[in-house]
Design a protein around this ligand. Structure first.
Ligand code: ADP
Ligand code: MG
Length: 391
């Protein structure tokens, strides 16, 4: 392609033939349960009406090519063909690692795979904490499972996708994103035990309650985020070892006070306090959802934000500004989501107040000298349709 020509968008544009099929996996937003998954605790994600679609055709050889409508590189439509059996962690960089990692993960787990041509196209905002990475892995995983007749449950596929991200891409994420992308059902949140992978659908009918979930994407990502994830994770492991438990999930909320007295390091104590109180908030929100008391979820989300800001110390000025402005403008609750140091916050808002909340957050960003945030309604689907697309 020459510079200035339009980006390839359809499978036929890229590969000159139709795909065998198209498989869809959505992004997710985690209602509550931040940094509990790698502590083997509980999370409560819900699905988004935005998804990634993988169009895939089998090949007669064992070569794989991948292309993305979001990453047309201007010179070639698809990556160089790679042999499935030649894939090794560290040999592929950039976004293709997310797609090729799924082939690597399934192949090294003993699945018989052939070659394929892959095109992904996504509506999930990328890098906003809504899990575009898992949506990509899972859409490719679903395609590969069906095209090669793999006998894998959705849980096994989620684990294979997580392994692709952990070992092939090199991002130490927990299991929540992949499980949410594959198992969340519209109108529900998924109460997921990250240790056993047991899960239960909890009704989450925003529409009936006249509420929406807004995403306040700060569009910043501070460099600190990369090292902080591993730092917090190892702090949790250290604390669990000091407390003599397998993971912090095993510290019950009623035992938190006693546990904290056994930790000399005040930083470690704060990290533990976040994880344990956050675990309790997951059950509190699940209980409120089951009782259809959705408005009362708001303050629990806001408590979660304070815990992330003060105890886990993963917030930043932009996230705090977004949360504070949303609350002042009438949001029922708001909190940062995802890895922190940027990315998005979510706000639970009465349907009629989305305009005021959006305005308030924009004004607060302008006043603080931050670049403009991206703000959109993420759920329910009907409200999204009325408010337009996030991109
Ligand atoms: P998030 O999952 O919160 O969106 P991540 O940093 O975990 O953010 O994942 C984003 C990365 O995933 C992108 O930088 C890119 O490498 C890859 N990715 C996500 N969606 C796509 C897509 N549609 N096409 C190509 N790569 C994608
Ligand atoms: Mg991700």
């Amino acid at each position: 392609m020459t510079a200035g020509s339009t980006a390839p968008r359809t499978f036929a544009d890229v590969y000159g033939r139709p795909p065998d099929g198209t498989w869809r996996a959505p992004g997710r937003v985690n209602l509550i349960g931040e940094f509990t998954d790698y502590n083997e605790g509980f999370v409560l994600p819900t699905t988004l009406p935005f998804a990634t679609r993988a169009s895939v055709a089998r090949r007669d050889d064992d070569l794989v090519r991948v292309a993305s409508a979001q990453y047309p590189d201007g010179t070639s439509a698809a990556t160089e063909a790679v042999r499935v059996s030649a894939l090794r962690p560290g040999t592929v960089t950039g976004w293709p690692a997310y797609a090729l990692g799924v082939f690597w993960s399934l192949h090294t787990a003993g699945c018989a795979l052939g070659g394929a041509d892959v095109l992904v196209d996504s509506e999930v905002p990328i890098g906003a904490g809504l899990s575009s990475s898992a949506a990509l892995e899972c859409s490719v995983g679903l395609a590969v499972r069906e095209l090669f007749g793999l006998d894998l449950s959705l849980e096994q596929l989620a684990l294979a996708a997580q392994r692709a991200e952990n070992e092939f891409v090199g991002v130490p994420c927990g299991i929540m994103d992949q499980m949410a992308s594959l198992l969340c059902v519209p109108g529900h949140a998924l109460l997921l035990d990250a240790r056993s992978l047991d899960h239960r659908q909890v009704p989450f009918d925003l529409e009936r309650s006249g509420l929406v979930l807004m995403v306040l994407d700060t569009r910043v990502r501070h460099a600190l985020g990369d090292s902080a994830y591993g730092d917090r994770r190892s702090a949790c492991e250290r604390a669990a070892a000091l407390l003599g438990v397998r993971a912090l999930r095993d510290v019950r909320p009623e035992d938190l006070g006693a546990a904290l007295t056994r930790l000399d390091d005040p930083v470690l104590a704060r990290r533990v306090r976040h994880v344990v109180t956050e675990g309790a908030r997951v059950f509190e929100v699940a209980r409120l959802l089951e009782a259809s008391r959705l408005e009362e979820v708001g303050p629990v989300l806001t408590d979660g934000h304070r815990s992330l800001r003060d105890d886990y110390e993963v917030s930043c000025a932009e996230l705090d500004t977004a949360v504070d402005a949303a609350l002042r403008a009438g949001a029922l609750g708001a909190r940062m989501v995802g890895g922190g140091f940027g990315g998005s916050a979510i706000a639970l808002v009465r349907s009629g107040a989305t305009g005021a909340v959006g305005e308030a957050v924009r004004a607060a960003f302008a006043a603080a000298g931050f670049s403009a945030p991206r703000i959109f309604v993420a759920a329910p689907a009907a409200a999204v349709a009325a408010n337009g697309h996030p991109r």
